[in-house]
Design a protein. Structure first.
Length: 94
């Protein structure tokens, strides 16, 4: 299991449609169009780069498949800046 999957599991359990990752900031969940920063330390550059490497290695055509308890979910991987990513769930469970 990739390290990014722990954050995606949290995002899905919270009903978020997206997860935003920015180097030097705490991860942010996006739910109903509103951003909510997680109560956790900011991402270190090393951890952010690890997430990028995991996503680059596993994604196909810009989509990362998260295999969690809720089944396989596809996340569109969007580069929103030089040190920023957004993972948008394409098939949120009801």
């Amino acid at each position: 299991m990739a390290r990014i999957d722990a954050l995606l599991t949290l995002a899905v359990s919270q009903g978020a449609e997206a997860l935003s990752l920015v180097d030097g900031e705490a991860p942010t969940l996006i739910k109903a169009g509103e951003a909510r920063r997680l109560s956790m330390p900011p991402l270190s550059s090393a951890l952010f780069e690890l997430f990028v490497e995991e996503l680059d290695a596993a994604e196909a055509e810009g989509v990362y498949v998260h295999r969690g308890r809720e089944g396989d979910l596809s996340f569109k991987v969007l580069r929103t800046g030089p040190s920023a990513l957004e993972l948008r769930c394409e098939d949120l469970p009801a």
